[in-house]
Design a protein around this ligand. Structure first.
Ligand code: ATP
Length: 299
């Protein structure tokens, strides 16, 4: 398990200077093998800083990162796969050579690096671009190469900073499938994203960060269940005053009445009244989306 505990980081400041900027104010979370963890938060919330600390690119002021119950060391990080926010491809190098090169850097032999490269090019739909310089590729294809570079050495853990940004739906699916395969083979995957529908679709659990603190974490289902839920009832051509005394607000359009009832209520009583009043077209509890949970958590 990858465990991030009480990370704190301040930029700038120091003796004689201003207070500086608190980027992380005690971030903690854990990602289990085979778990896909979505890291979400507003711009500047602290996601990139956290991931850089996990990867050893930055040092925390305090707190710790551990992997399999011991402090994370340089050698562990070599076995991790990382997609940095600033990306890191050599623009003039050819696609295939680049992936192989990063495979070698991570300790693969020549044959193994070539084989892993061939497999990834195939899986990510890049085989025909093998001999092209990276700079001639579209943004989406460059991102696929970036993912291949993160995956080439069969990493134990994946840390990806906004891997889906700027991608079309086909490229999103190709990347998502590649990540899900790694995840299913037992790799913990952390990725940050502002695409909350995607996070909701792909992730087993999410962490919502605001101003350097984790404000909510858990499975999407748990977070949704913890929020208040609304009962939505749609009745066609009901008898007048059918909802008098029931909790919630009724709106009426085109012969339809929609009752939205929150909080304390007797759902069975509401259903009985609705059925007596007219034709019930819809009766169901509406759970908030991750976007709604996010807005609630960060405001
Ligand atoms: N090298 C740096 N020097 C000074 N301040 C920094 C530095 N890196 C990050 N910060 C500040 O730390 C805070 C957290 O930034 P970070 O990049 O981690 O946020 P983020 O959640 O990844 O944002 P985004 O979604 O925009 O990528 C921000 O206020 C940012 O301006």
């Amino acid at each position: 398990m990858l465990e991030i505990s009480e990370l704190r980081k301040r930029f700038g400041g120091g003796p004689g200077a201003s207070e500086g900027k608190v980027a992380l104010d005690g971030i903690s979370f854990a990602v289990r093998p085979g778990e896909m963890f979505g890291f979400v938060g507003a711009n500047g919330a602290g996601k990139t800083t956290t991931m850089r600390i996990v990867m050893g690119v930055l040092q925390a002021d305090s707190g710790s990162v551990s992997w399999e119950d011991r402090p994370l060391a340089y050698d562990d990080r070599r076995r991790f796969g990382y997609m940095p926010e600033e990306r890191g491809l050599y623009q003039k190098m050819r696609v295939g050579e680049q992936i192989e090169y990063f495979g070698r850097l991570h300790g693969l032999g020549q044959q193994a690096a070539k084989k892993a490269t061939d497999d990834l090019l195939e899986r990510l739909g890049l085989t025909e671009r093998r001999g092209d310089a990276v700079q001639t590729l579209s943004l989406g294809n460059q991102q696929r190469v970036q993912l291949a570079v993160a995956l080439v050495h069969d990493p134990e853990v994946l840390v990806l900073d906004e891997p889906f940004s700027g991608l079309d739906p086909i490229a999103v699916d190709a990347l998502a499938t590649a990540l899900q395969e790694r995840c299913r083979s037992g790799v913990p995957v952390i990725f940050s994203s502002h695409q909350l529908e995607l996070v909701e679709r792909l992730c087993d659990s999410v962490g919502i960060v605001a101003a350097g603190r984790m404000v909510a974490t858990g499975t999407v289902a748990d977070l949704r269940a913890a929020e208040s839920n609304t009962l939505r009832v749609v009745v066609r051509d009901p008898a007048p005053g059918w909802a008098d005394g029931l909790p919630g607000a009724v709106t009426a359009t085109d012969g339809k009445h929609v009752l939205l009832a929150d909080g304390e209520r007797d759902d069975q009583e509401i259903l009985r009244r609705a059925m007596k009043a007219g034709h019930v077209e819809h009766f169901g509890v509406e759970r908030p989306t991750l976007t709604e949970i996010f807005k609630e958590a960060v405001t």
